[in-house]
Design a protein around this ligand. Structure first.
Ligand SMILES: *Cc1c(COP(=O)(O)O)cnc(C)c1O
Length: 463
């Protein structure tokens, strides 16, 4: 078949491949065996049995030659590693915070921050929950309150900033419980659980004003703040000619502190940090990190990992990198939109989210349609995705009832700088094949349920 003449000029990634990692191609009968052994949970598959791994963008990034070179310059001194100071400088330069406490990954920072800031009986409002963030808030005695705009719960709504905070909802909470019971407002840049949707600069700036009036600090989950900054550049009035790096710094300036999973935006395989402008919080966090993570100049990381993070930050704010990164996600999403497959709109920053509730409309939410769809995709092609629906939402800690969220999604997450356009085509075509067979799909029943973050280890059987 002749190739049609292009109707646009293509862009390509600002890197080339220097080293390859072979991946195994499996047969359908092999995959059918594997998914049964894994209890229909893609988290329980062996990586070896996966062809294209779109489970997560967490720690799955490909590092650059410059980052690998940095790995060889690890200063593995127990205290005062040179790499820690590089990292601190990079965080201050690009994110703007004065003080830094490294942690082994994002949840290490969330744990410490929640323990310091939250008292039992407190309420923590946020632009939708994230699994580990909310769990640490709850373990510290807090109650998470969702204050994201309603549009975020509607997968078809095309709002450009579905990560925005609804000030009406936040004000009602302040009026109801009082500002003293709100230790901070928890905001995330590109909201993972809403489909990778960004928050606008105007929204965070206005939140800053509202919170300042009530004396409530803002804590930013900066895990994907750089992707958020790219969306601001693309979609918000007045930012078109600004660099991603400049936008990131302004965005972070409206938050008092940040927690970070460096395994996402900043192109590493491990790492995290807590950064703040609040000296008192810094002193406490620096003290607590030695209990749970490691000394305050390594926080559970090797010196080489901190060096890779420092170099990764510089690479991740590059405009061409961000364009290629989010461009690849758009490429996958646009195929599915063109084929009329229901996905969360607009296309997210790190992932394409399939609307499993719409695709498997005949499977009730109590039979976990998103979990079933992720399993079916794996069986079809060896593409690994993840459930983001009722299984991830878990149970209400007070009533023990299952939480059935409006969004019942399957996430196809693109690791940064890992897969080619051909891999992306294979994934898109597999989604189409499963979509076309949707009427034959069956629901699941949970046969093993762990107490915490059940989606990681739960097991299922086909009904
Ligand atoms: C991954 C993630 C975290 C937790 O970070 P880990 O490094 O996995 O511990 C927190 N917030 C968001 C938005 C995330 O995506």
């Amino acid at each position: 078949m002749p190739y049609p003449k292009p109707t646009r000029r293509s862009w390509a990634e600002p890197w080339k491949v220097k080293m390859v990692e072979p991946i195994r191609m499996t047969t359908r009968p092999q995959r059918e065996r594997c998914i049964v052994e894994a209890g229909y949970n893609t988290f329980l598959l062996r990586s070896e049995d996966v062809y294209i791994d779109l489970l997560t963008d967490s720690g799955t990034n490909a590092m650059s030659d410059n980052q690998w070179a940095g790995m060889m310059l690890g200063d593995e001194a127990y205290a005062g590693s040179r790499n820690f100071y590089h990292l601190w400088e990079a965080v201050t330069e690009y994110y703007g915070y004065k003080y830094l406490v490294p942690t082994h990954q994002g949840r290490g920072a969330e744990h410490i921050l929640s323990k310091i800031m939250i008292k039992p009986g407190d309420f923590v409002p946020g632009n939708r929950y994230f699994t580990t963030t909310r769990l640490h808030q709850e373990l510290a005695g807090g109650t998470f309150v969702d204050v994201i705009i309603d549009e975020a719960h509607d997968p078809a709504n095309e709002h450009p900033f579905k990560g925005n905070v609804d000030f009406g909802k936040l004000q009602r909470l302040i009026d109801e419980v009082g500002a003293k019971k709100i230790p901070y407002v928890s905001v995330a840049g590109t909201v993972n659980m809403a489909g990778g949707q960004p928050q606008s600069m105007a929204n965070l700036r206005a939140l800053r004003e509202l919170c300042s009036r009530h004396g409530i600090p803002i804590v930013l989950d900066a895990t994907r703040a750089i992707e958020n900054a790219y969306f601001i550049q693309q979609r918000e009035e007045g930012y078109r000619n600004k660099k991603v790096a400049e936008i990131l710094k302004e965005y972070c300036s409206y938050a008092d502190s940040s927690t970070m999973s460096a395994k996402k935006d900043t192109l590493t395989n491990i790492g995290g940090w807590l950064a703040t402008n609040d000296q008192g919080l810094f002193e406490e966090a620096r003290n607590m990190v030695v209990v749970y993570e490691g000394l305050h100049t390594y926080g559970g990381l090797a010196g080489r990992d901190m060096e890779a993070m420092a170099r990764g930050i510089v690479e991740s704010v590059d405009d061409d990198h961000m364009r290629a990164r989010i461009g690849q996600v758009e490429y996958l999403g646009q195929h599915l939109i063109d084929w009329a497959i229901p996905i969360v709109r607009p296309i997210g920053g790190h992932a394409v989210f399939l609307d499993a509730r719409a695709i498997y409309a005949h499977i009730p939410q109590s039979q976990y349609p998103a979990q079933a769809l992720a399993a079916d995709l794996y069986i079809d092609s060896g593409v690994r995705s993840m459930e983001r629906g009722a299984v991830s939402a878990g149970r209400d800690p007070k009533t023990g009832e299952e939480r059935f969220p409006k969004l019942e999604l399957v996430r196809l997450t693109l690791p940064r700088r890992v897969y080619t356009q051909a891999h992306t085509d294979v994934a898109a075509e597999s989604v189409l094949a499963v979509y076309e067979q949707r009427e034959q799909a069956r629901g699941l029943k949970m046969v093993y349920e762990p107490k915490y973050l059940r989606f990681f280890q739960a097991r299922f059987e086909q009904i």
